[in-house]
Design a protein around this ligand. Sequence first.
Ligand SMILES: [Zn+2]
Length: 339
Amino acid sequence: MRGVIMYAPGDVRVEDRPDPIIVEPTDAVIRLAATCICGSDLWPYRGAEPVDHTPMGHEYVGVVTEIGAAVATLKVGDFVVGSFFTSDNTCEICRAGYPSHCVRRTPIGREGTQAEFARIPNADGTLVATPGQPDADLIPSLLAASDVLGTGWFAAVAAQVGPGKTVAVVGDGAVGLCGILAAKQLGAERIIAMSRHADRQALARRFGATDIVEERGQDGIARVKELTGGLGAHSVIEAVGTQDAMDQAIRSTRAGGHVGFVGVSHDVSIDGKGLFFSGVHLHGGPAPVRRFLPELIQLIWDREIDPGVVFDLTLPLEDAAEGYRAMDERRATKVLLTV
Ligand SMILES: [Zn+2]
């Protein structure tokens, strides 16, 4: 099969790789219907994380082509969506709603789903079958559910978004935009998108943003305060992972409010005294996407949400290197790779 390998920062190639096979009886193999490049794939691409001949990709939708002997809930031919950590969905941590911290979790990224086929461990607890074979136009949205939508949704839930709440969203990448969509679905009254890109502002409004703040840093915090009677937002989504974004998120939250942080943290440190006096709740980390998949798949199936519009560039898998360049240079928000 063909698959993406990142040789080194900035060096992405598509190569022949061995077809995945069933290794554990709990595995499934899927044929990808589509795959994509994640904002977090840019960290190694830019040299901010080590990378050395690494298979890439952790987002996936596709059709089951083979199952291990112990797989009970899936059959060959099922169209499935899964998340970036596999999970048994039965352990105490999973049952508490945190499958991304499952005691048996495995990272999907190790073998990479930017490829024609992928092996999915813990298949029963990881993969969720759609109600039937999806129409082609639903595939981008189902693929978004695999990571960016599930992550944005978790950020909103972690930030305790709900009816009557004012929500601020730091970060206008695909996850931040999906956080806006989630906030709208969860009944937020007001959604402040922090963005300075016209095209992303337009998508933010389409997803439900009521206000746009272009300022950053102190000015951005001041603007959010101004829009919230001097108090700050009830709920703030942090979807970047940098020091500036985390500071912005914590300081834009009112006392007693909640920050949901899902940007993969890179060199972020939190000042203890500042946190102490802020009086905010912090919750985040790798999103337990599997928890939300049944609900998200149904909303997409019923065409109530269309998160797939975050993909603003579609390329064949063979052109993955151009996809990485486009995202790195911010020419694209998120790239879908056809398989
Ligand atoms: Zn578990």
